[in-house]
Ligand binder design. Structure first.
Ligand code: HEM
Length: 206
């Protein structure tokens, strides 16, 4: 797992997304295209957890990386701390100090790029539903150590985002490209945060 993280840290992320179709063929096509435009990066992040969350140490790495990503994402998207405060509580419950940001961030001015970042955080709730079951097997729950996964998996961020993704079908190709570019930046940041968290917690303690 740690070697995966270092390899990821060295990878250059292609910053440009594929050119979107000028007119999506059907409703939801822009979302399908956005998913395809970021699938390689999602697969890399998913690949860091080849056995899911199968130990307390793997879970600590996940929490630490996600805390850094969500805190930066909340600044980038102009939202107040929510996911990051659940993650901070989970880290405190498990006695893991959070990682500081590497560079101060500002809210993104471009609405389309912001939507790309929001897509990545909201979409992670789908994976959270899977991970929550694994974390329950470690004996953790929303009251201790798993507040983020419990709230995020049950939350409505993903369903609330759907009309905004659907509206991309009515927009222009340039806007779609900006959304995808923002989403790729966000996924690259997720990957960088996990590279740091895997390095910080590199020993395989139970
Ligand atoms: C850590 C292990 C992870 C697993 C096992 C996982 C698993 C999944 C699964 C099962 C889905 C639903 C796929 C579908 O129904 O089509 C999904 C979607 C998604 N995940 Fe993950 N995920 C993980 C980590 C992450 C992380 C860390 C992020 C970002 C912070 C993320 C972002 C997304 C996004 C944006 C989608 C929505 C894709 C779409 O339908 O447009 N995932 N993930």
């Amino acid at each position: 797992m740690a070697s995966n993280a270092s390899a990821l840290g060295k990878d250059a992320t292609p910053r440009t997304a594929p050119v979107p179709p000028a007119t999506p063929a059907r409703a939801g096509a822009s979302h399908a295209w956005l998913r395809a435009a970021t699938a390689d990066l999602h697969a890399q992040v998913d690949g860091l957890f080849p056995d899911g969350i199968d130990s307390a140490q793997t879970y600590r790495r996940y929490l630490l990386g996600m805390h850094r990503f969500t805190a930066d994402c909340e600044v980038a998207t102009g939202h107040g701390p929510r996911a990051s405060s659940w993650l901070a509580a989970d880290l405190a419950a498990l006695g893991v100090p959070p990682m500081p940001t590497r560079r101060p961030r500002r809210a993104l001015l471009d609405d389309a790029r912001r939507l790309g970042w929001e897509y990545v955080l909201a979409g992670s709730s789908l994976g959270a539903r899977v991970l929550l079951r694994a974390v329950a097997r470690l004996g953790l729950d929303d009251m201790r150590g798993a507040a983020f996964l419990a709230h995020h998996a049950a939350g409505e961020d993903w369903s609330r985002l759907q009309p905004r993704l659907a509206a991309l079908d009515e927009g222009d190709a340039r806007r779609r490209a900006s959304v995808a570019s923002g989403a790729r930046d966000a996924f690259a940041h997720v990957r960088a945060c996990f590279a740091r968290s895997f390095d910080a917690l590199s020993t395989d303690t139970p």
